[in-house]
Ligand binder design. Structure first.
Ligand SMILES: *[C@@H]1O[C@H](CO)[C@@H](O)[C@H](O)[C@H]1NC(C)=O
Ligand SMILES: *[C@@H]1O[C@H](CO)[C@@H](O)[C@H](O)[C@H]1NC(C)=O
Ligand SMILES: *[C@@H]1O[C@H](CO)[C@@H](O)[C@H](O)[C@H]1NC(C)=O
Ligand SMILES: *[C@@H]1O[C@H](CO)[C@@H](O)[C@H](O)[C@H]1NC(C)=O
Ligand SMILES: *[C@@H]1O[C@H](CO)[C@@H](O)[C@H](O)[C@H]1NC(C)=O
Ligand SMILES: *[C@@H]1O[C@H](CO)[C@@H](O)[C@H](O)[C@H]1NC(C)=O
Length: 459
């Protein structure tokens, strides 16, 4: 189906920006009024202005078009991010007041809202790691929404090429992070009527789409292709989903279709967003083995090569593998090189570390995101990694998931490991995956193939 009407995206974007801009003007005014209002019953203002005095003059002088700005008493412009916890408290009150007032202002991005992108590739454990955010009650989490875009844009005859679809991915991501879920309608087939759809991919993997009030009463005789896991709901009302997204404190989504970190720069620099990008990687030998099982049809020639001894592997298959590994490596190198636009917004995580130390890694990811890790999330992790208490009451690091993460070593033929090692050598070196020189090393799980890489954390 041709989705041409989506393309005046620039215009749409511009209109949206203008709309946001005038909203921000109102918001600023509103903030100033509420500021004064609150001062009467609280000394926060004086604490904030103490803080203002400590901020270097250069910052105050900077010309910024950042709408996330606030007018201080002397009309200096100041970035929100420079303010300390007293300001978050103030924002919390602002949020409370706007909630009380209701109406228009509920659209405004109040509070230190974070936008987390879990950037991964298939078979890297991203569904599992995504749950760490899905299980936090105050995060609106979407599971692989770009699936809809891939289906409509890339694979349809006459569809855009990979670079073109990457641009569409980025624009869609941006709108989703801004809670504009309607953007997906252009890519959902059949086109949702009255913002209602029963074809939202893996709806059941987003708690936020399956809880009140987004879960509406079941409609009889309507076939829900992607239904909620633990309960029945009516077709997804995207208006309700959008409202829910705005009400939640943070937004997170996982995507296996973003190949280049660099492409995300406009999102990171968008003043309406406070992006945190977590790039998840996994040993490419394990990924390859897992893909050959999971996407059997796409890996026919690999399977044939493994099964039929002598037949040689098609060079274009090896090239594709190399290309995949390289784009992951290049993204990670960019992230780890800490360009100023990404500073504090990029974290690299190895699946193997998550599997071995799930709670610790969850804490690190939440700390990086600046979000509170709730007991709810910790419980989920414990239940799903079978952590057991040791005598001291500390959760043991010997977990079931830690026994699973390198099981692939027993099932992968050595020659497959060798091909992957050759194609993905530079990536493996960067991420600390040791090469196995012979079958015995590969199969002997008491020899670790992981180098310690610390927490891979950019601050
Ligand atoms: C600030 O803005 C003014 C007018 O818009 C411009 O003339 C000046 O060069 C800008 N200064 C900086 C440091 O960007
Ligand atoms: C703001 O105004 C106060 C007094 O009105 C002054 O002491 C202070 O230096 C001013 N701050 C800036 C950043 O101009
Ligand atoms: C905001 O409202 C919530 C619930 O109504 C309350 O728990 C919280 O203390 C309030 N925050 C402030 C700063 O007033
Ligand atoms: C979807 O939810 C919105 C907001 O509650 C409501 O106004 C609208 O009627 C709902 N749409 C349908 C088709 O039920
Ligand atoms: C690990 O988990 C599997 C499946 O849940 C279970 O069958 C197995 O007994 C567990 N092993 C240990 C050591 O807990
Ligand atoms: C596996 O490696 C360990 C440590 O190098 C070694 O002691 C052990 O004998 C090896 N096991 C087998 C079956 O080769």
């Amino acid at each position: 189906m041709e989705k041409g009407h989506f393309w005046p995206q620039d215009t749409r974007d511009l209109l949206h920006r203008l709309r946001m801009r005038s909203k921000y003007a109102l918001f600023l005014l509103f903030v100033v009024i509420v500021f004064v209002f609150i001062e009467k019953e609280n000394k926060i203002i004086s604490r904030v202005s103490d803080k203002l005095k400590q901020i270097p003059q250069s910052l105050l002088d900077a010309n910024s078009t950042d709408p996330a700005l606030i007018l201080s008493e002397n009309a200096s412009l100041l970035s929100l991010s420079e303010l300390d916890s007293s300001f978050s408290q103030l924002q919390q009150r602002l949020r409370n007041i706007t909630l009380q007032l209701g109406g228009e202002s509920e659209e405004l991005p109040l509070g230190p809202r974070r936008h987390i992108l879990l950037m991964a590739t298939t078979r890297t454990g991203s569904s599992f790691v995504g749950e760490f955010f899905n299980q936090q009650g105050n995060i609106f989490y979407l599971f692989e929404p770009l699936w809809h875009i891939e289906r409509t844009v890339t694979f349809e005859p006459g569809g855009a090429n990979a670079a073109g679809s990457a641009l569409v991915y980025r624009d869609v991501l941006k709108q989703l992070f801004l809670c504009d879920l309607y953007i997906l309608e252009h890519f959902i087939t059949p086109f949702p009527e009255d913002h209602l759809t029963q074809f939202m991919f893996r709806r059941g993997s987003s708690r936020s789409l399956c809880e009140e009030p987004v879960c509406t009463p079941v409609v009889k005789k309507v076939f829900e292709k992607y239904h909620c896991k633990n309960r029945r709901c009516g077709p997804l009302n995207l208006t309700l989903a959008t409202d829910a997204c705005r009400r939640k404190e943070h937004m997170a989504l996982k995507a296996v279709r973003i190949r280049q970190l660099e492409f995300l720069r406009p999102l990171v620099e968008d003043p309406r967003l406070d992006m945190r990008i977590i790039q998840l990687v996994r040993d490419p030998r394990a990924v390859q083995a897992s893909r050959m099982v999971a996407f059997s049809g796409k890996y026919e020639s690999w399977k044939k090569w493994v099964a039929e001894g002598e037949a040689s592997l098609r060079e274009d298959e090896v090239q594709r593998l190399r290309g995949n590994c390289e784009s992951i490596r290049l993204s990670a190198e960019l992230g780890l090189s800490q360009p100023s636009w990404l500073r504090g917004r990029y974290m690299l995580v190895r699946y193997e570390d998550v599997a071995r130390l799930p709670l610790q890694k969850a804490r690190e990811m939440y700390r990086f995101a600046g979000i509170t890790l709730t007991p709810q999330v910790e419980d989920w992790i414990r239940k799903n990694t079978q952590a057991s208490r040791d005598g001291s009451g500390i959760y043991s690091t010997q977990k079931n998931s830690s026994e699973q993460f390198d099981k692939w070593r027993l099932s992968i033929p050595f020659k497959l490991a060798q091909v992957v090692q050759r194609a993905c050598g530079p990536a493996m070196q960067l991420f600390g995956y040791k090469l196995a020189p012979d079958p015995a090393t590969l199969m002997n799980r008491s020899i670790s193939l992981l180098e310690d890489r610390g927490i891979f954390w950019v601050t």
